[in-house]
Design a protein around this ligand. Structure first.
Ligand SMILES: [Zn+2]
Length: 499
């Protein structure tokens, strides 16, 4: 069996004005930059990424993989057509150079939107299919935040999405996809398949699989798989992506016909429909209310209160430099508060130039966020400095080396509020950010994090309370506030209680 391996991940927030280009796919951050050929095997070793799991499963079964191309860019605005075509060409050339193949394993996201094309993965899989022909089996892993289209299902033989948010099962999902593909190759049988798109959007903070109703939906999914011998995926979707296919989906694959798969997909979709009322109860606080509550809780708390700056989560396309939450903490005179990570490479550079203990006046952050966001104009004191390359802790990073660029911990003079500034737009998904700067996150009173849910994989265990708050940012917590134009007609833009 000759099997190729590749990866191309982007989660596109179409409401972000800046586009995502070639350079963004070539920049390291939480994950590696664009990698070609055999180097992919070493780059993936030990990482919690689907391609890593695919490689592990192949090794365990004594199957050799031929790596083609692997790349991702931090979630952000529309992918530029030129960058997309250039990456697609790398894949198509590698298929010709290294092929022919019996099968292709792909590590995809499922919510990529390409300027001038729309459905990124639908187009990618269609053109891949055209290049390799109808006989070659194509299997792909998807993010839990995939917005799955019919074109994606039609142009592949098997897809499976992560089942955890925080995504602690990315490598495990890769292993599952490889296992199913290898079985299909051995039996030379394709599976019946079906897609069901659901009629309401689920806000990102409510998608966490550690809490209800999402947790129970995945329990039901696994129950149906056991009872019926099928493979199911539920993707709650990526709401800030204005495409016809935006929203939650169920996909099903089974040994029977497409009709059988459809019946099973509808059984799981029924559970998602029944969860709509529970989803409508999920609470996101106004940032002032959140800060006031955090301050009162912090008076007696023995562990940190975490304020989740979900709307500026870089992992969902946030600019990572909005200043709303920091300004609220200053206005409310919060004590012992620290916010991470505010993206500002200039501020990080200035801090490193000035050195430990120095004070300097600067305008920090607030340059890339939505209209109305302004920099912090303050005097800052340099409390700690670090190079930004460290081992990520918690199940999301699973010990992989991350590169946030130069970091600095800055205290805002005449306050008890500090910020971690970083040189790359990176989600605050690991306690290691703080330890790398020499501070113990568990000893802080109030921690603000630019993340939505991934931080929970490492911070939930040290938090007294977690409060999700709304400060300005491109990852709008309530999708019904977004100015959609392309989304399919009839979809409810938020979960509705009274149906
Ligand atoms: Zn995701």
């Amino acid at each position: 069996m000759r099997i190729a391996l590749g990866g191309f991940q982007h989660e596109t927030n179409t409401f972000v004005p800046e586009t995502t280009g070639w350079v963004d796919f070539n920049t390291a951050g939480g994950w590696p930059p664009l990698t070609l050929g055999a180097a992919i095997i070493d780059t993936m070793a030990g990482r919690n990424l689907p391609a890593a799991g695919m490689i592990d499963e192949a090794m365990a079964q004594g199957i050799a993989l031929e790596p083609l191309v692997w790349c991702q860019a931090e979630p952000g605005g529309m992918v530029e057509l030129a960058a997309y075509e250039r990456i697609l060409q790398l894949f198509l050339e590698a298929i010709v150079d290294k092929g022919p193949f019996d099968a292709i394993l792909l590590d995809l996201h499922g919510a990529m939107v390409v300027d001038g094309i729309g459905d990124g993965e639908g187009d990618f899989l269609r053109r891949f299919r055209e290049a390799v022909g109808p006989e070659v089996m194509i299997a792909a892993s998807l993010d839990l935040h995939a917005n799955v289209s019919q074109a994606m299902v039609d142009n592949s033989d098997f897809m499976s999405a992560y089942r955890t948010y925080p995504h602690v099962d990315m490598a495990e999902t890769g292993r599952r996809v490889a296992r199913v593909l290898f079985d299909m190759l051995r039996t030379n049988k394709r599976l019946g398949k079906a897609l069901v798109q659901l009629p309401y959007l689920i806000p990102i903070p409510a998608q966490c699989t550690l809490s209800e109703p999402t947790r129970t939906i995945y329990e039901r999914l696994e129950g149906l798989e056991r009872d019926h011998g099928v493979q199911l995926s539920f993707s709650p979707g990526f709401p800030p992506s204005d495409t016809a296919d935006c929203g939650p989906t169920v996909i099903a694959y089974g040994a029977g016909t497409h009709h059988d798969a459809e019946r099973l997909a509808h059984l799981l979709a029924e559970h998602v429909l029944q969860a709509e009322k529970a989803y409508s109860d999920d609470e996101v606080l106004d940032d002032r209310a959140g800060v006031m509550l955090a301050m009162s809780l912090a008076e007696t708390a023995t562990r940190p209160i975490i304020l989740v700056d979900t709307q500026d989560n870089p992992g969902a396309g946030g600019s990572g430099d909005t200043t709303g939450l920091v300004k609220r903490l200053l206005e409310c005179k919060a004590k012992g508060a620290v916010v991470a990570v505010l993206f500002d490479p200039t501020a990080a550079m200035l801090a490193h130039e000035h050195g430990m203990g120095a004070r300097f006046d600067a305008e920090v952050g607030g340059r890339n966020g939505p209209a109305g966001v302004a920099p912090l104009k303050e005097t800052f004191e340099v409390v700690a400095l670090a190079d930004g390359e460290f081992q990520g802790t918690g199940g999301f990073y699973a010990g992989a080396t991350v590169d946030f660029g130069r970091l600095a911990l800055l205290r805002i003079v005449d306050s008890d509020v500090a910020i971690v500034v970083g040189s790359r737009r990176s989600q605050a998904g690991t306690q290691a950010i703080f330890r790398h700067l020499g501070i113990d996150p568990g000893a802080q009173k109030i921690i603000g994090l630019k993340s939505s849910v991934h931080f929970r994989a490492d911070f939930q265990s040290i938090a007294e309370r977690i409060l999700v708050v709304k400060s300005p940012g491109y990852n709008t917590a309530d999708p019904s506030e977004l100015p959609y134009r392309r989304i399919r007609k009839g979809i409810r833009l938020r979960p509705t209680a009274s149906l």
